[in-house]
Every structure is written in C-alpha cells, then in structure tokens.
Design a protein around this ligand. Sequence first.
Ligand code: SF4
Ligand code: ZN
Length: 338
Amino acid sequence: MSSLPAQVEWIRGTVAGRPGHRLMVVLAAPGCAWARRTGGCTNCGFAAAFGTSRPVSPAELTAQLQEALRRIPAAEAGPVELDLFCSGSFFNPDEIPASAQAELLRIGAAHPAVRSLLVETRPEYATPERLGAARDACAGKALEIAIGLESASPVLLSRIHKGFYFDDFAAAAARVAAAGLGLVVYVLQKPIDTREGEALLDAVATIQRVFETGRELSLPTRVALEPCFVVPGTPLARACDEGRYRPPWLWSVLAVLVHTHALGRIQVGLSDEGMSASHRPRNCERCSVRLRKALSEFNASQRLSDLLALDCGCRDEWLSEIAAEGLSPANLSRGETP
Ligand code: SF4
Ligand SMILES: [Zn+2]
C-alpha cells in the first residue's frame, strides 16, 4: 500500500507574483512510461528514483495527497502553489488512473490556502478531454500544465532521447490554450554531447520559440530553465565520469537570462543540493555560491542587476571555452546578441 508520497517539500517562493509557498508533492506512482519502455531521457533519473513500477490505486494516491496537504501550516493564508508530480506524466492513465486525475486536483484545489496547481505531462497525454476534466476539477483555481520540452532543436532532442519534437509540444500547447489553462515549459541547458556555447545558444533560441508560441496562442506561459545536473546511473553520469561532459557554467546561465529575461517569466532551477561539485552547474569555487544566490534572487525579482554586477577571474576561462567554439566572447554576458 503506497499511502505515503515519495517526497514532500514546503518551499518559500513567488506565487502569482506574490511572496508565498510551493508545496511540492512527488506522488509514489509507477513512474514515467517512456522511461520504463525505452530507458527514458539521457539525463533523467526520476522514474528510477521514485517510481513504484507497479500500479498505484486511486485510493492510495488520494491518501498520499491528503498526507502531503498536512504540511501546509494551519494558519497559512497563502498563496500556495501545489505542484503535483508523479515522476512521469500526470495525464497518462497508466501512471495516474483517469478517475484519480480529477479527484487529486479536486482535493488539492479545495484546500483554502491553495491558489494554483501544477501538473507535469508529456505532450501526447495532454488530450482535450483530460485537460478539460482537470480544469473543471480545479473549480476556478488556476491550473498550469508543465511540459518538459527541453530544447526546440531536433538534434538536441535526439541526444536527450526525448521521443517527441517541437511540433508535438506546440500542438499540446494549443490544446492547453484551448482548455483555458496556463503553460510551464522546462528548458534543459546543456544536455549530453552538447558543447557549452552550443547549449547556450540553443537555450536562448528555445526560450524565444516558447514565448513566441505562447504569444501566438494567447497562452499564459512561463519557462523553467534547468541548467543540467548529473543524476547517478544515467547515460549523462557515464559521460561525466568518463570526462566527456561538464555541467554548464553559471556564466552561461546568466548569458541565457541576459538574452531572454525580457520575453516573459523565467525561473532558474537550482535544486541540485547534495550533489558533488563535479555533477552540478558551477563556476569556480570562489564565485559559485555568489552566482547561485544571485540566481535565486533573480527568481524572486526577475531583475538581472545583481547578476550583472558579479565578476570573477574564472569568467575568462569560460570565455575562452566558448571562444574555442567560434562564439564572440565579449558579447555573451553583457546583453549583445550572441
Ligand atoms: S525527463 Fe520526463 S519524459 Fe524523460 S524520462 Fe524523465 S520523466 Fe520521462
Ligand atoms: Zn569564479
């Protein structure tokens, strides 16, 4: 009986532009069908880390959510964003049974402090029927659909072994728009077999296309920029251990923000605590902590000024690395077009 969620975190953050909290719930569920069927994406360890690899009943899933909701303090006035993760696709009925999809959202939305909800899915499971049922279950509270696009480039998507392409994402975005919901798009900076500058340019181009798609669809869209970290047991971890991969420089993350922050809301993923230094995005030992703190402040304020004021000797090393790829070094973190 999986009546306890795999993980619950209560995190201070910005919700609908106001200071609030996220309740991040990872349900104990079978885990990503793509990962179980094909081995999954080259950087991803979610299904292996959290997936039960056996069906979990609607009663077990709702018990897990009720347990997780107890983490919201009794006096909490909100706003709270409830993130309902399942180490895969919420709208895949083989992972979360159809009846449980609506029931979980109904229970979450009924909590008085919860202001908005978020679920993740691969594009192919986001059908008009499931999106409509999910919207109705939220009874007027905001629901965002998060899709791990990672990159708009077919070449990088093949390296990731994503199993879908930008057009599949865009079609799902149109269905999300038609259902009157919001969209969150994960963009992965520097997947396997990708060089530093190439990855930087790809993240910029991907974010531009994502916001362009959102604008065309009049779809509220935000981006979760995920500087790639290395999860043990993945093909990416093998590449890293064999010296064929280094996670992105934080200077590259800053460069992406310089070129995209004006397009819409961007949150930078910084959840790589507990990993060894070689497995996480970084600069040198002297400035990594400062950069991460400034990125975290950017997440709250959406202002770049603190980040742009930072400098360190290691910036020259980063510039040499991208210059070796033929990118013009001077312009990449100070606001000119790469
Ligand atoms: S990144 Fe998403 S689609 Fe890819 S294996 Fe992980 S959970 Fe599945
Ligand atoms: Zn440094």
